[in-house]
Write a protein that binds this ligand. Structure first.
Ligand code: HSE
Length: 433
């Protein structure tokens, strides 16, 4: 029965995702109406240049996004991305009690609290499943299905471009630069790949994941961020020898300090993980997120993290949810930041390092290197040495220590006269510390 009054929807933007949203709304209108209990009516699509959108329903296009938001609509779907004008438009929608569905990770990671407060004040919904890991149902499970549990860790591959590049480097043995060029040529990397390769995209997603997982306000500036531009073919080769794989990881952890107080640690950086870890087999442009919770144990979410149709699937799912809430006369769960946990600086994060060195092969070298670890109270987990005619390759894997201590250790080792070259330094994740 679809007797309800139509749910009127305005869409801001009509790029790859918006075009798919409009198509799915049209093609699935009967099923959507039956699932919601009311028909969904797309009343307008705001774009900057209507003549660039020949595939979109022409009669719906407008350049006046502010007027569209102010018009008689129930829901605003935002797929333009970027901070402004999206922020202003969504605030004005929420303040007017209109529900919002957005895929805008950068906006949520920077201005989420302001948007959530506006939604709370007017009783509107704000849903954003598409903002993290595209089609993968992940945010709703964190916010709703796991709301009765205590999440301890969220670790994921949340950027397809970098995962494609690292997977290709691993498969071919090529360096970063040439692999990036090839990825751009094949359309796997944007013309300007900065947001992806420098980790900004993943950091925004990490901020959103940490906020939901730990009921704490985490913004993009709280996230320690390192991209993949410094990952070398030597790093990948070093990982392969040790049956490990290099991935760009977004890691959100609940940590307990020596005083027993809880905090969160949120970071994005490349790391080696064991080949047997579930994230190691996630290849190409796919995304996957590994969640650990006290009662649920380990969970893995996997799928397509980008692309028009996959992202539109998440947008449509949110649209159905907010439309159902409207039909029922209520709203969905609110954002919750009650825990207010502090965010720990990266220097205090507990990590493990893999360090590969070219050293002189003579008596006392190993003890000099080991002494630097001891001096910084970094415990060594494994050492592997291979002699060569005139020097030796020395690989050290540490136990967990503070990132600050590990960095100082590596700096000092690099300055030892017996160390010819620091070949590779990479954090190690996904195994016992
Ligand atoms: N550019 C992102 C990626 C997709 O490569 O995964 C959108 O977040």
């Amino acid at each position: 029965m679809t007797t309800g009054k139509p749910i009127k929807v305005a869409m801001l933007g009509c790029g790859t995702v918006g075009t798919e949203v409009a198509r799915l709304l049209r093609e699935q209108r009967h099923d959507l109406a039956a699932r919601i209990g009311a028909p969904v009516e797309l009343t307008g699509i705001a774009v900057r240049r209507p003549n660039k959108h020949r595939d979109a329903p022409q009669e719906l296009l407008t350049t006046d996004s502010a007027a569209l938001v102010e018009s008689d609509v129930d829901v605003v779907v935002e797929v333009i991305g970027g901070i402004e004008p999206a922020r202003g438009l969504l605030l004005s929608a929420l303040r007017a009690g209109k529900s919002v569905v957005t895929a805008n990770k950068a906006l949520l990671a920077e201005h989420g609290p302001e948007l959530y407060a506006a939604a709370d004040a007017s009783g509107a919904d704000i849903y954003f499943e598409a903002a993290v890991a595209g089609a993968i149902p992940l945010l709703r499970p964190l916010r709703e299905s796991l709301a009765g549990d205590r999440i301890t860790r969220v670790m994921g591959i949340v950027n397809g471009t970098t995962n494609y590049i690292l997977s290709a480097m691993s498969a071919t043995g090529s360096g970063y630069g040439e692999t990036l060029e090839e990825a751009s040529r094949l359309g796997y990397a944007e013309a300007d790949p900065t947001a992806d390769v420098d980790g900004f995209d993943a950091a925004s997603k990490a901020a959103i994941l940490a906020s939901l997982a730990f009921h704490t306000r985490v913004t993009a500036s709280d996230v320690h961020r390192e991209g993949i531009a410094s990952v070398t073919a030597a790093d990948i080769a070093a990982a392969t020898v040790l049956n490990r794989t290099v991935k760009l990881l977004a890691i959100c952890e609940r940590v307990t300090g020596q005083d027993g107080a809880e905090a969160v640690s949120v970071r994005v950086h490349p790391a080696m993980i064991p080949d047997g870890h579930p994230l190691a087999s996630v290849g190409g442009a796919f995304n996957a997120v590994f969640v650990e919770a006290d009662a649920a144990g380990q969970l893995m979410f996997y799928g397509q993290g980008a692309g028009g149709a996959p992202t539109a699937s998440a947008v449509l799912g949110d649209l159905v949810a907010v439309a159902r809430n409207k039909v029922a006369g209520g709203r969905g769960p609110r954002e919750s930041a009650y825990a207010e946990l502090p965010v720990r600086p990266m220097g205090q994060a507990s990590t493990r390092y893999h360090i590969s060195l070219d050293v002189a092969d003579r008596a006392g070298v190993l003890s000099q290197v080991a002494a630097v670890f001891a001096e910084h109270e970094v415990s060594i987990a494994a050492v592997r040495q291979e002699g060569r005619p005139t020097d030796a390759s020395l690989v050290v894997i540490t136990h967990a220590a503070t990132d600050a201590a590990l960095r100082s250790t590596v700096d000092k080792i690099a300055g030892l006269p017996v160390v010819r070259e620091v070949v590779s330094v990479m954090r190690v994740e996904g195994e016992e510390s």
